[in-house]
Write a protein that binds this ligand. Structure first.
Ligand code: MG
Length: 171
């Protein structure tokens, strides 16, 4: 008997993060070093963009959250390169047969202007996830001077990711 092919399974996930802007740290956004006189406070490198993407992927796959997987009480992750978090999660997704269809994200910050950097961030995230450049979109917007982000005291990021799981072949 020949079984009807099953449709692929799709899951969507959302991730958000916020970090305080402080002097004396390198600014890392989406795995890219951004020239800026301050950086983001955090146990790891404080890459607010990669943290939001990691949470979107974990959320879509039903695998929990970044704080559970890489706790900020674990010295192993002190000043860690957040690209390691994204790569580790990508491997977990692959083990469960998930592939990433697309990632869309918004960086919320008053300064610096990220226009010229958005392409670099897209390329970096697409490279880490083994995806087409076109399947990763990066947007940046100010907070219109409102709240901590508007005052230039913090940066935030919001990300969504769509996953597809190929059905197992049945003979
Ligand atoms: Mg974070």
């Amino acid at each position: 008997m020949i079984e009807e092919p099953k449709p692929p399974e799709y899951r969507v996930g959302i991730g958000t993060d916020i970090h305080r802007i402080v002097e004396g740290r390198k600014l890392m956004l989406g795995g890219v070093h951004i020239p800026f006189p301050a950086g983001l406070l955090g146990h790891s490198d404080g890459d607010v963009v990669l943290h939001a993407v990691v949470d979107a992927l974990l959320g879509a796959a039903g695998l929990g959250d970044i704080g559970t997987l890489f706790p900020d009480t674990d010295m192993q992750w002190k000043d860690a390169d957040s690209k390691v978090f994204l790569y580790t999660v990508k491997e977990q997704l692959e083990r469960k047969q998930w592939e990433v269809v697309n990632v869309d994200l918004t960086i919320h910050t008053e300064v610096p202007k990220l226009g010229p950097m958005k392409g670099q961030i897209r390329r970096c995230i697409a490279g880490l996830l083994g995806m087409d450049f076109a399947a990763v979109n990066v947007k940046a917007k100010t907070n219109e001077g409102l709240g901590e982000i508007g005052a230039g005291e913090a940066m935030a990021a919001t990300a969504v990711a769509l996953l597809r799981r190929k059905p197992r072949r049945t003979l």
